[in-house]
Ligand binder design. Structure first.
Ligand code: BJW
Length: 243
């Protein structure tokens, strides 16, 4: 029996499956990852762009960074890896995704049970009214963009370094990984917390972890299965034994 077949058997026999995805799952759609070769942080310093301090200092620069990524994301399509996970939601019925990605590609592929840990690039927060709203203007016309209701400064509805994640969303994610008997971790470097804790919780509770990545990560020594390769290739191989 190959490891692909063994992983498929594990998935088939699972009562609850929790999936954690990171930037790597969208890489094949053409969305740059954060770290590693071609990663966003090599061109832009994280401290300059993905912190509340950076936004306070230079909201125009930060908004230009997000406008660049919004334009890019609006032009790409979900890839086979997103689509296979969406199919599994229908065929297996016991699978939920927690994503660190803000690109909305899981939902565009058809997944409905998606928890967005780090926010969504198509939403903004009015800092004057403390109100979250859909913000789809693309490209953005005026920098920094302002709230159409009150004229106040707005910011992307994403979680920056040093900011707390929404406690309700975090609780949902923790509960999911706590109750799952299988955690599948796809395309994340597993260095950003608290997201990186999630599969460790499943493991501590006696569950199994399946990791898919083009390179080894901090999670790999803990993983029951490590599949080295692109998310779409590996998921396709496992999928062959599911149908
Ligand atoms: C493929 C592939 C293919 C490529 N197929 N694979 C505990 C320990 C240590 C530190 C901390 C801790 N708790 C908190 C911290 C601090 C900090 C942190 O984790 N720092 C670490 C860097 C050390 N965490 C935080 O600050 C968090 N906040 C917090 O905990 O607050 C506490 C608090 C409580 C109460 C009050 C106040 C505070 C917040 C973290 C927010 C992260 N935000 C970002 C930006 C989001 C918005 C945006 O997108 O602009 O989230 S940073 C960035 O990293 C983004 C990502 O979601 C996140 C994770 O990155 P990801 O997805 O793993 O991407 P990469 O690029 O790192 O990896 C891609 C992987 O794919 C690679 O492994 C490739 O090999 C692979 N790959 N192609 C499969 N085809």
């Amino acid at each position: 029996m190959s490891d692909f077949e063994r992983a498929a058997e594990l998935i088939k026999s699972a009562k609850k499956i929790a999936v954690l995805t990171g930037a790597g799952i969208s890489a094949e759609s053409g969305v740059p990852t954060f770290r590693g070769r071609g990663g966003l942080w090599q061109k832009y310093r994280a401290e300059e762009l993905a912190t509340p301090e950076a936004f306070q200092k230079d909201p125009v620069l930060v908004w230009k960074f997000y406008d660049y990524r919004r334009r890019l994301i609006s032009k790409v399509e979900p890839n086979k890896a997103h689509r296979i996970l969406a199919e599994w939601e229908n065929s297996l019925g016991n699978i939920e995704i927690v994503t660190q990605n803000i690109d909305g590609l899981h939902q565009r592929a058809g997944s409905k049970k998606v928890v967005e840990l780090h926010g969504n690039i198509w939403q903004a927060i009015c800092l004057k009214e403390n109100r979250v709203f859909k913000f789809k203007e693309n490209p953005i016309k005026e920098f920094p963009p302002k709230c159409s209701e009150c004229g106040g400064l707005i910011r992307p509805d994403v979680v920056w370094f040093g900011e707390a994640l929404d406690p309700l969303i975090l609780e949902k994610a923790f509960n999911l990984f706590e109750s799952a008997d299988v955690a599948i971790v796809i395309g994340t470097s597993s260095i950003v917390y608290p997201a990186a804790y999630l599969p460790q919780i499943t493991k501590k509770n006696g569950g199994s972890t399946i990791e898919i990545n083009i390179e080894e990560t901090a999670l790999t020594p803990l993983a029951d299965f490590f599949f080295k390769g692109k998310a779409s290739d590996i998921l396709s191989q496992i999928n062959n034994y599911l149908s």
